[in-house]
Design a protein around this ligand. Sequence first.
Ligand code: B12
Ligand code: SF4
Length: 450
Amino acid sequence: MRLLLIRPPRRNAHDAGLGVPPLGLAYIAAAARDEGHHVDIIDAYVRDMSWSRFAAKVAQHRPDAVGLTVMTPMVDVVARAIQVIRPYTDHIAIGGPHPTAVGAEVFDDLPGVDAAVEGEGETVVGPLLAWWASGSQGPPPPGVRIPDCTFVPATPPRDLCTISRPARDLLPRDAYRYLFATRRGFATMITSRGCPFACSFCDKSVSGSLWRARPAADVVDEMAELREAGVGFINFYDDNFTLKRERVIQICEEILTRGVNVDWKCEGRVDSVDLPMLQLMRRAGCRVVAYGVESANPATLKLLRKDIQVSQAKGAFAATRAARIRSLAYMILGAPGEDEAAVRRSVAFCREIGADYVQFSSLVAMPGTPLFQHRSTSASVKNPVDGDLTRATLTDLPEAQLNQLMRQAWSEFYLRPRPLARLARDAVASGSIVEAARLSRALGRWVART
Ligand code: B12
Ligand code: SF4
């Protein structure tokens, strides 16, 4: 079959979202190719394609089947893309966190969809295409939901080495950028899937709680292949890269032994790093670690079921700085129970611990998260990088007040000489000048709305 995988265009010209590769689609493409299908990917988002040009591209392809990935904040954009695609193909499938989290409801959200793949899709896409090719005889394969039919889940792969490398050759590799990268040539990788923690705001419906990891040698093989292809900076998007200290050490030692010269960033938990490990990571090319600090208020950390202490954040940021690695703090402002003073405490905390970058968000109950059942709210609080139309926010603060505090938090942190100079240097080093300009415009427009 001719399968076309699609990331739709930006919602509008003001969307300042990052040009990160659609790694899930690249994994699906590789799995479908392994089964003998012809696969193409259109990343209309990173290509800055207009909606009319996107429609012309799809018409030109005339695929047998189309696949799209859906995160909850993107439902409206995917719905628009489906309307565009529908006349040109007989089969439309979706996958990703949203269909996995909402189950059968997805056909109400996205009426033109024929099939929704739930969970990890590499072992499901081949059987789905085969089922369609044979005229959809009998029930759909495990992992595939169709309207009005009993759903049978697929078993996710235990051994991640059985999964083919993502088909990055189908992506416009040179178009991807990461604002905080320290070198040019950008790629993303996943070295483990799943996370055993139970944070109440986190949607783990795709990869689940069972942590599965690739061996160090396999991880470094992929890094070396990317380096060979001109990549200078890799962003590890594992849910929890630093979960097992021993494995982090093995990866770093393997990088050093083999002399793989690439810079990288990972996501870590503040309770699973220490100075010797961070120093080794730095020697092996780690330049940025992003931590879910979330809050400086113990009651909020408890509500978020984050299972960390405020003091651990202080320790992790001090050790990260001592290891000469930059730090990024993800923060949640205005969670239920927080008043203005509590919000200000979290904002001040980021300066206190010396975070190099921060990302302030409000508390959103996404489908698939434990918080979703408590989503009685009419507040919408956004930050300057949110492209979506609304952000249903859980808070006890008045919407206008939290919006105001959010604006102050972003502008007080970034509109200072040091962070601005750092961002400008990073934009040059990573070749992200266009992206930085787009983000600055979004930040300026957003701050000016006060
Ligand atoms: C990288 C990333 C991003 C990138 C963008 C990713 C991109 N270009 O697609 C950036 C940084 C921009 C981002 C932003 C946000 N993100 Co994000 N992000 C991730 C992250 C860390 C990794 C994604 C990834 O590459 N996974 C690896 C691949 C292999 O998995 P996958 O994409 O799920 O794909 C598999 C399956 O889903 C399925 N599949 C997926 N698509 C398809 C399509 C077909 C046809 C088929 C058959 C199968 C299939 O098969 C794939 C292979 O197994 C995930 C967490 C995670 N570990 O997945 C969160 C995650 C996807 N993000 C999430 C959220 C909440 C956000 C934000 C709202 C955060 C915020 N506070 O602003 C924003 C939303 C941006 C927006 N407006 O759209 C949630 C989504 C929850 C939900 N219900 O939608 C996640 C799951 C985090 C979490 N645990 O809660 N994100
Ligand atoms: S937020 Fe991080 S630590 Fe918490 S459950 Fe999600 S992936 Fe795991």
